[in-house]
Write a protein that binds this ligand. Structure first.
Ligand code: BGP
Length: 490
């Protein structure tokens, strides 16, 4: 008889404050990085606009108004039977400028209410401390994590949250997709992940497509290092405040295969996996920079004097309790410059002839999820793993009677959950699963409402119409059945 999902397996969904809350200046909140980014539409990419223009469309300003709908939304999540809800605290609600002396009580009180609501419905909150919500003042005044003082600002913010919510939140993640810093075209990853920007871009007086933001590798590695140190110090501080805390990292997992058996492709794929996934994972799980990065730094002329002995000690002392990651698609790697390419989540790879892709070109690969789980278990044996994002961004159609038949979403999720089950049979210590965007929200990559992930539909559109009302898609009832049967009835 096959193993099943453990009884205490965590089933739920995941959102980020900037993509769902809205209320971007309410109750004392300060501006954060996503508040400065304009929405795109199907044909227009997202852009950065340095001086906020009140007439422009900034998706995070309203998002899906979770700030005012959280009770209704959490009640709907509970109807699906969730026992975990992943969400982020918006740093700018707690410290509006990032460097304020005192935290903003109204911001703290909001999350008290949200966590109480979760517990009322039998859900554990899983809280990301920073899901790209770096206060804008930290970007303009400090150039984000390039400045070591921001380490202390983050630790102060994290400690404030740990103290305040120590009896309400057990599961924490420090930085969402920390490896995004070294991914993405141009400086997108630098901005989202590190709050770091070239001064010319910060002060520009025109819109800049995100892909054209300038980047700087030396500064990026320094800033990322500071973020590693901030994360490790937060883990240490959290454990002192409550030894029962489970504090994890979060990696955007870009699963890669060699496009062909050409050993050059195989090696290139191995290197890509090391750089994109294992670099950050190793620092946070093993507490040290992996050997391949020292070689990388040498070959790319990166001055590593910023990695001090004292910092290395901190990294060792602040390793995470569990490893979490997002998984959407896989990519193929090849040395063949003429290979046909396709896009993924902040990545580009060669087209895999065996896989179908979403409307945004992300290649759908449930077997790749099992492969990833096995790889991670091999690399970090005995470290609990959790998939904290997975799902299909798609265009949904509302029928005349209001129903939404999103069988394509079910067809995506079903084999991914089956793959998780196989991985558990393989012996992988997988502790939970939260699908991405269980309620429609704003897409991070494109800034669209039209790219929907939810089990719950939100009536809000890229042209500013819609009344924010919520309704259940077919996938809502399907996920409920999956959870009820503990993953047996797919
Ligand atoms: C991840 C982010 C999320 C989310 C997701 C889907 O990288 O952590 O914030 O948005 O990707 O991406 P997108 O919104 O671009 O479809």
């Amino acid at each position: 008889m096959k193993m099943s999902f453990p009884k205490d397996f965590l089933w739920g969904g995941a959102v980020a404050a900037n993509q769902c809350e809205g209320a971007y200046l309410e109750d004392g909140k300060g501006l954060c990085v996503p508040d400065m980014l304009l929405g795109g539409d199907v044909n227009t990419p997202r852009t950065f606009l340095p001086k906020t223009d009140p007439t422009a469309f900034y998706p995070s300003h309203e998002a899906v108004d979770f700030y005012h709908h959280y009770k209704e939304d959490i009640a709907l999540f509970a109807k699906m039977g969730w026992n975990v809800f992943r969400l982020s605290i918006n740093w700018g609600r707690i410290f509006p400028n990032g460097d304020d002396e005192e935290p903003n009580e109204a911001g703290l009180a909001f999350y008290d209410k949200v966590f109480d609501e979760c517990h009322k419905h039998g859900m554990e909150p899983l809280v990301t401390l920073c899901h790209y919500e770096i206060p804008w003042n930290i970007v303009t005044k400090y150039n984000g994590f390039t400045d070591r003082r921001v380490i202390d600002l983050f630790v102060k913010y994290a400690t404030t949250c740990f103290e305040r919510y120590k009896d309400k939140v057990k599961y924490w993640l420090t930085f969402n997709e920390i490896n995004i810093a070294c991914m993405g075209e141009g400086g997108i990853g630098n901005l989202y992940g590190l709050g770091m920007m070239d001064p010319e871009d910060v002060n520009a007086d025109h819109r800049i497509p995100l892909t054209e933001l300038k980047s700087n590798d030396q500064k990026m590695f320094e800033a990322l290092h500071n973020e590693f140190v901030a994360s490790a110090l937060a883990v240490k501080a959290g454990h002192e405040i409550n030894p029962d805390f489970m504090i994890g990292n979060m990696i955007a997992h870009t699963t890669v295969y060699p496009l062909t058996p050409n050993p050059k492709d195989v090696l290139a794929a191995y290197d890509e996996d090391d750089y994109k996934n294992n670099f950050c994972g190793d620092v946070q799980v093993r507490g040290e920079y992996p050997s391949f990065m020292w070689r990388y730094f040498k070959e790319h002329g990166i001055d590593t004097s910023f990695i001090t002995e004292e910092d290395q000690k901190i990294l060792k002392e602040g390793t995470v309790d569990f490893y979490t990651f997002s998984y959407y698609q896989s990519n193929c790697i090849t040395v063949d410059k003429n290979a046909q390419m396709t896009k993924g989540n902040m990545t580009v790879g060669a087209k895999n002839p065996y896989l179908e892709a979403s409307d945004w070109g992300w290649q759908i690969d449930p077997d790749g999820l099992r492969y990833t789980l096995k790889l991670l278990n091999g690399r970090y044996p005995h470290t609990p793993l959790m998939i904290v994002e997975n799902g299909l961004g798609a265009f949904d159609k509302v029928e005349e009677d209001g129903s939404i038949h999103d069988d394509y979403r079910i067809a995506y999720l079903r084999p991914h959950i089956a793959a998780m089950k196989e991985a558990i049979e393989d012996g992988v210590p997988l502790i939970g699963y939260t699908t991405w965007g269980p309620i429609d929200l704003v897409s991070a990559g494109t800034g669209q409402y039209a790219k929907r992930y939810g089990f719950i539909y939100v009536d809000r559109h890229d042209d500013g119409t819609g009344d924010f009302s919520r309704s259940r898609k077919d996938s809502f009832y399907w996920y409920k059945k999956v959870i009820e049967s503990k993953g047996e009835d797919l």
